[in-house]
Design a binder for this molecule. Sequence first.
Ligand code: NAP
Length: 340
Amino acid sequence: MRVMEIRDQWSVDNIVLAERAEPVPGPTQILLRMRAASLNYRDHVMVRRGYGNRSGSLPLVPLSDGVGEVVAAGAAVTRFRVGDRACPTMFQDWVSGPFKDGHWRSQLGGPRDGVMQELMAVEEQAAVRVPDFLTDLEAAALPCAAVTAWSAIVAQNPVKAGDVVLVQGTGGVSLFALQFAKMQGARVIALSSSDERLDRARALGADHLVNYRAVPEWGRAVRELTNGTGADHVVEVGGAGTLAQSVRAVRGGGTISLIGVLGGAAGEFSLPHVVTQNIRLQGVTVGNRDMFEDMLRAMEQHRMRPVIDGTVYVFTEVAAAIRDFPDGGHVGKVCVSFAE
Ligand SMILES: NC(=O)c1ccc[n+]([C@@H]2O[C@H](COP(=O)([O-])OP(=O)(O)OC[C@H]3O[C@@H](n4cnc5c(N)ncnc54)[C@H](OP(=O)(O)O)[C@@H]3O)[C@@H](O)[C@H]2O)c1
């Protein structure tokens, strides 16, 4: 079977097409014929071995997120039937309960081989069945970014109807967070560097739009939009670049979900303000399989569809997809189709 793999040296320039033996599913495994994949910011960091020892070793099949059709199942499999579509979970060993330190070892797309392979055998407990209403590209968009947003908005610190939620930018995680916040009945303030992309956020239900380039002090703007109170929940993807403003934007007793560090990993923000305002800083790292299944049930109920960027790559173009990702100006999820 064909795979795309990073070979010899950690670099996007060393992703090549290769042949590997077809996997044979064990008794508790399903065999997936992969149909589509999607990119996350993490994949761009991973190809440079940006996670150090946690990146794994070469050759490595990149990308954590994808969907496939079940073409064979081991004798003991009960959760799937041949013909179902399934997404492997990003953390293969994290089925339920709280995150434990060792779970990172089971991450697809580094340190474990990822989804850029035509056939993939996974434990049935480490995959979820995809509802029929989602296309292959939409399903492939879900395992990392959507589950992360679900964890922040619903699973860890549930947003309530009437809450105000702030989302930063129009990338994968933020648009899922916007959609889940609307599903929960929240009022959403969306930030973006582009007025055109803010229009996309409005179409998804954002109630207030702020261009963070035009309004660098957007923490104050958020307070003005909330009659001086602040947002109940901030979905933080900018990290050091945005945390100081997020601390200004959140209300006393509110939550900041720390998800990304797009604007840098270390920076200054007012610790006394966090303490005296009783602000909760909640780290979020994707989520477990149970959360993924809860999320799919809610998406099916609400017919919620992921936002897929207009540029879709094909299997052999995955290096270009990863190379373009950080400055591609995408909206929502960048996907790879395995169809010829
Ligand atoms: N903790 C986890 O489990 C987890 C899971 C997934 C992702 N992440 C992290 O979350 C971050 C976002 O990931 P992603 O896949 O959603 O990336 P993405 O699709 O590339 O989205 C990035 C978007 O963020 C916005 N942005 C960038 N700098 C910003 C700033 N200073 N202020 C406000 N918005 C800003 C931009 O939106 P505009 O173009 O609209 O301005 C940009 O398009 C990354 O750091 C990623 O590593 C963490």
